[in-house]
Design a protein around this ligand. Structure first.
Ligand SMILES: C[S@@+](CC[C@H](N)C(=O)[O-])C[C@H]1O[C@@H](n2cnc3c(N)ncnc32)[C@H](O)[C@@H]1O
Length: 422
């Protein structure tokens, strides 16, 4: 721990951090994502250098990450307690804040689990924090009760995940050794195109250096396409394609020899998909705007082998990347998500012929958006059954659905079900 005298600028930097936190918290309370509020605030203040910006972001996001533990404390104290719970080095701005609050800077062992960190911080700062199982919205415990020990689900949320890159198949041989030399972690033969970095700066340098060979795509997201398993010359429909993360992977997976239709409700994301595709030398994608929830849905005039529905959802599987999200999500959002997801599956079911597959994916681990959707879809559609597949990362047999847990994959939480039409 540093005992250097505090630089004169440290209290000023602390004041800036607090002001940014206050403004971001107000935005989040109105329902805006913290990332967006903070980016606007930082962009409006050109005087901050990249180190200042990084510290501001780290500080604000640490407060949101530990909000369930520190949210009832006054902002400055809550921020310091959050930083202590993070168990990181204490930069001068934080030491200045602690001095203003007449608190000793504690050294917390990062190897401690949540209960251990709670006890250590309580003792060091003479405070009482809420019980660990109160550190996320209460409904989350029930929503993940089918996934084993709740302490594991909680711990996942408080780990900062790495950023995953997907390398195009034909660039992998050339880039593999260079990525490893630069410190990337390779997912291994289980998911050979996936590489992770903890350092965001390295990710952007790699993206700039190899824009035609790499995409940022979470490890769990990459497994969705591997479960689809599109084969050369097949016809596939990515029915919620967004800006094409999985569409590009489908093309790469099937050696660019798949007939792909991409649709989404939003026009702007389709243009982004085309722009990204061009970077990878991909031009042959049929794409158009299609709202799956509109009545009288007109299907593309194609005999599909498979449809992927990467459905809009609560995004609870990405909470550890978006620590403010738990505090913007209500239990009712999960119920609403399920209704929308069931309607989408229902709308798409006639577009498949016998023997074709429908893959349903959500970046959510909530029971309501995963197993309940699967059960209710199958009950309403006896013409479909689950299609067993091997777990894409462990090879274990599944009965046709899987929950990918962040604690196991170091990726986002995701649920994937594969249905086949009888
Ligand atoms: C989870 S995102 C898809 C991400 C994308 N597959 C990827 O890998 O980058 C869900 C997408 O569903 C789209 N969406 C939401 N409601 C829709 C609807 N009613 N019809 C079609 N698409 C919809 C959203 O615009 C969003 O792009």
């Amino acid at each position: 721990m540093s005992t250097d005298p505090l630089p004169a600028w440290a209290p000023r930097q602390a004041a800036v951090i607090l002001a940014m936190l206050e403004a971001t918290e107000a935005g989040v309370r109105e329902g805006q994502p913290a990332d967006r509020v903070l980016n606007n605030l930082i962009a409006g203040n050109k005087k901050y250098g990249s180190r200042d910006r990084r510290l501001i972001r780290d500080a604000v996001f640490s407060w949101f990450r530990w909000h369930g533990a520190v949210g009832d404390l006054p902002l400055a104290k809550g921020l310091c307690v959050a930083w202590a719970l993070e168990a990181r080095e204490w930069p001068p701005a934080f030491r200045a804040l602690m001095a203003e609050l007449s608190l000793e800077v504690p050294e917390i062992d990062p190897e401690l689990d949540l209960a251990g960190r709670k006890a250590a911080v309580e003792q060091a700062l003479s405070i009482d924090l809420p019980a660990v199982d109160q550190w996320l919205p209460v409904w989350w415990k029930e929503q993940t009760s089918h996934l084993g020990d709740y302490n594991d689900r909680l711990a996942e949320h408080f780990q900062r995940p790495p950023t995953w890159l997907r390398v195009d198949k034909d660039a992998r041989a050339e880039l593999h050794d260079k990525l490893i030399e630069d410190g990337a972690e390779w997912a291994g033969e289980a998911s050979p195109c996936a590489y992770a970095f903890d350092d965001a700066g390295k990710v952007s340098r790699w993206m700039q250096a190899h824009p035609g060979s790499l995409e940022i795509q979470d490890l769990s997201s990459q497994q969705v396409v591997r479960i689809c398993d599109p084969q050369a010359e097949q016809h596939w429909w990515d029915a919620c394609c967004g800006n094409g993360g999985k569409s590009l992977q489908i093309l790469d997976y099937a050696d660019r020899n798949v007939d792909l239709t991409c649709t989404d409700r939003r026009e702007e994301v389709l243009s982004e998909l085309i722009r990204r595709g061009r970077r990878h030398g991909l031009s042959k994608v049929r794409r158009y705007v299609l709202d799956l929830l509109k009545p009288d849905l007109k299907f593309p005039n194609v005999d599909f082998h498979g449809i992927l529905v990467d459905a809009p959802c609560s995004g609870t599987g990405t909470w550890s990347r978006n620590p403010d999200a738990p505090w913007r999500t209500e239990a009712s959002d999960i119920q609403q998500g399920k209704r929308r997801q069931l309607k989408m599956l229902d709308a798409l079911s006639p577009a498949l012929k016998s023997g074709s597959v429908l893959v349903y994916a959500v970046c959510s681990l909530c029971k309501t958006e995963s197993i309940e959707v699967t059960e209710e879809f199958l009950a309403a559609h006896p013409e479909f059954s689950l299609s067993p597949f091997a777990h894409p990362l462990t090879g274990e047999a599944t009965e046709g659905s899987v929950s990918l847990l962040p604690g196991e994959t170091k990726g986002d939480g995701m649920y994937i079900a594969k249905f086949v039409k009888k």
